[in-house]
Design a protein around this ligand. Structure first.
Ligand SMILES: [Zn+2]
Length: 174
């Protein structure tokens, strides 16, 4: 799996007080997913893989009524090309001991997020030793997951954004 190179974005610890700041940052997010921009979608378009539809400038869950163009959505293209936008690593003895519980929680966060944002998805969850690695189709999901894990399990987390690029790398240790 190849990863986009991350730029010199400084490491920023995520504490309870920092969450609001990160939320603001995401709302004004100036980054654009290159997978979104690479292709102009006609309206309406339905993705043959996940059945999400592009209508009025955004992707929604499910097909539209009546005829629609067919084209793979940006999330399904990332999945097909194995090019995740986000990675979250959970690591440590606590992770090894609570892997099932943590994985359930991550999947639950993704499910909730997917309701309004059908392109925000988990690509894979891999376990290796004391590490649980989650890859995602977007840059918002790793932060949501990190917030959820921190609020339920404490621990130490951090988030790095790719420099001038649509990518994020998050890590949590306990
Ligand atoms: Zn799709």
């Amino acid at each position: 799996m190849s990863h986009k190179k991350l730029g010199p974005t400084p490491t920023q610890p995520i504490g309870a007080g920092a969450v609001g700041r990160y939320r603001d940052r995401i709302l004004d997010d100036p980054r654009h997913d290159p997978y979104q921009a690479k292709q102009k979608y006609a309206e309406p378009t339905t993705c043959p893989d996940c059945r999400a539809s592009f209508v009025e400038g955004r992707w929604r869950r499910g097909p539209v009524e009546g005829p629609a163009h067919a084209a793979r959505c940006p999330a399904c293209r990332r999945i097909a090309e194995r090019m995740p936008a986000g990675t979250l690593d959970l690591e440590g003895p606590y992770v090894a001991a609570h892997a099932d519980e943590l994985e359930r929680m991550l999947r639950h966060v993704a499910e909730r997020e997917g309701h309004d944002h059908p392109l925000h998805r988990i690509m894979a969850i891999e376990r290796e030793g004391e590490r649980l690695r989650v890859t995602t189709t977007d840059v918002h999901l790793p932060q949501r997951m990190l917030e959820a894990v921190r609020s339920a399990h404490q621990g130490a987390g951090e988030l790095h954004y790719g420099h001038d690029d649509y990518s994020v790398r998050a890590a949590w240790r306990r």
